[in-house]
Design a protein around this ligand. Structure first.
Ligand code: GLN
Length: 485
């Protein structure tokens, strides 16, 4: 087994025992990248030079015994997180040459922990998409089948973890963008509670929905990452000063006597029978370790997708107004006056999906339509949130599929935005309600594609999600496979 194939917790032990050096781990990751990146295309840019500097520092820290569990661990960063002095494109032409003057809070925290940044991972443009096909920098393939999508929008992050082109990764999730690609690439992805992880330095898509979270090889690594990502940030007004537990304390605990809610609205027509079978199997596994399964109802579920596709574009149209070719980013060279420069910059700088969202968002916020669309969607959002509040009065966690199907083919939904939007049908509700959700591998289809199980928890109950996800991972004993690249 190559070093790049280990988990962060396994490598951390080896690093601390001086069995390997951070440099050797990084060498292994870059060897892997040389071998498979041509096929997968998980990265927009690599940070090789600074990564080796970080590896030297990590080895020094390790030799002095001043390490954390992330010291010397090579990770991928979704290219939506600002990295000081290093290009941050958000998958868009409009930010092709943007070099942030500061680090996002999560980047600062990971640096301080001694993690090593391998590169900036590919993503749908401005995180709008479910397949990583809208990036200005090309598409990413699913490591389990190169003709399939890796999911999105954090498809580069999930593919890099699955292909062992890094040990763990950072993603962002506005409507499923951590959990959906994690599920489709057979890895673990956690979207924390809104306010749990600072969004300072995360390029904004829909500010009331966006959250940063980890994508990892297993649940234990996910807990380790959360220990370093979570916490209050005075620079971010929606970050919450709630104490951060040690998430590792939730591992290896029993879930006997827990009530696991299974919402009937999540087993709809259109869900692939193989996916449903894997989810049903997960339910029996949990019953086998003493969980009580209860069918529940989240009655406003059918409105989630429509509600999201009003609120997210509305916020996006406002957030993306800043890209006008003046302060930073791409500027069209051929505008004759200011107005024409604005128009051409935005026409040339944004791709089709981003333009579609800006048009929808501007429409639903415009005078005369605001009440009918944006206001109505905000009211429905409150009802969706209340469904969860009521459910968590009687359940510890909720179990659902992560996606209705396994990874679809590249190009299959590219021309059909509605079909693309429907691939987030099970993940969007958590963002609307602000609650945390985790995707964990549940098994493989006959064709060998991974399928994910999703657990949803009440606000700030990431610990409970990790506890049940870890119990499931232990008990389900999903066969260990590696993508054949
Ligand atoms: N696929 C959804 C969208 O296109 C969610 C994206 C996300 O979570 N960033 O908006």
């Amino acid at each position: 087994m190559e070093l790049c194939e280990y988990t962060a917790h396994e490598l951390s032990k080896k690093l601390r025992k001086k069995e390997v050096s951070a440099k050797e781990v990084l060498d292994s990751v870059f060897r892997r990248i040389e071998k498979v990146e041509g096929k997968v295309h998980a990265y927009i840019s690599l940070m090789r030079e600074t990564a080796y500097e970080q590896a030297n520092e990590a080895d020094l820290r390790l030799s002095k015994g001043e390490s954390t569990e992330l010291t010397g661990i090579p990770i991928a960063l979704k290219d939506i997180c600002c990295t000081k002095g290093f290009p941050t494109t958000c998958g868009s032409r409009i930010l092709e040459r943007f070099i942030p003057p500061y680090d996002a809070t999560v980047i600062e925290k990971l640096r301080a922990a001694g993690a090593i940044f391998v590169g900036k991972a590919n993503m749908d443009e401005f995180a709008m998409g479910s397949s990583t096909e809208t990036s200005y920098f090309g598409i990413t393939a699913n490591p389990w089948n190169l003709e399939r999508i890796p999911g999105g929008s954090s498809g580069g992050s999930a593919a890099a973890v699955a292909a062992h082109e890094c040990i763990g990764a950072i993603g962002s999730d506005t409507g499923g963008s951590i959990r959906q690609p994690a599920a489709l690439c057979g890895v673990v992805g956690l979207k924390p509670t809104y306010g749990r992880v600072s969004r300072f330095g995360l390029i904004a898509f829909a500010s009331s929905l966006d959250q940063i979270g980890p994508i990892t090889k297993d649940v234990e690594d996910c807990a380790i990452f959360m220990n370093h990502l979570a916490g209050y940030d005075p620079r971010e007004s929606t970050s919450v000063p709630e104490p951060v537990p040690d998430y590792r304390d939730f591992l290896n605990r029993e879930i006997k006597g827990w009530t696991v809610g299974v919402p009937k609205e999540y087993f709809i027509e259109g869900i692939d029978p193989e996916v449903e079978e894997i989810v049903r199997r997960a339910i029996s596994t949990l019953e086998g370790v003493g969980a009580r399964i209860e069918e529940i109802s989240l009655p406003h579920t059918p409105f989630c997708v429509a509600t999201y596709y009003i609120i997210a574009p509305a916020e996006a149209s406002s957030n993306l107004a800043r890209y006008d070719g003046v302060k930073y980013g791409y500027r069209s060279p051929d505008g004759r006056d200011l107005l024409e420069m604005y128009r051409k910059t935005r026409a040339q700088g944004f791709g089709d999906e981003v333009k579609r969202r800006i048009i929808i968002g501007t429409y639903v916020l415009s005078a005369g339509y605001y009440e009918a669309y944006y206001k109505k969607a905000s009211q429905v959002r409150a009802l969706i949130r209340r469904d969860f509040d009521l459910a968590f009065e009687k359940c510890d966690v909720i179990l659902t599929p992560t996606t209705p199907t396994a990874a679809f083919k590249l190009g299959e939904k590219r021309e059909d935005p509605i079909q693309m939007y429907l691939s987030d049908i099970f993940t969007i509700s958590a963002n609307l309600a602000g609650i945390p959700g985790i995707a964990v591998p549940g098994g493989f289809t006959k064709e060998g594609l991974p399928v994910g199980i999703q657990f949803l928890g009440n606000h700030f109950q990431e610990g409970k999600l990790l506890q049940i996800a870890h119990a499931f991972e232990r008990e389900a004993r999903i066969e260990k496979r590696r993508p054949d690249l």
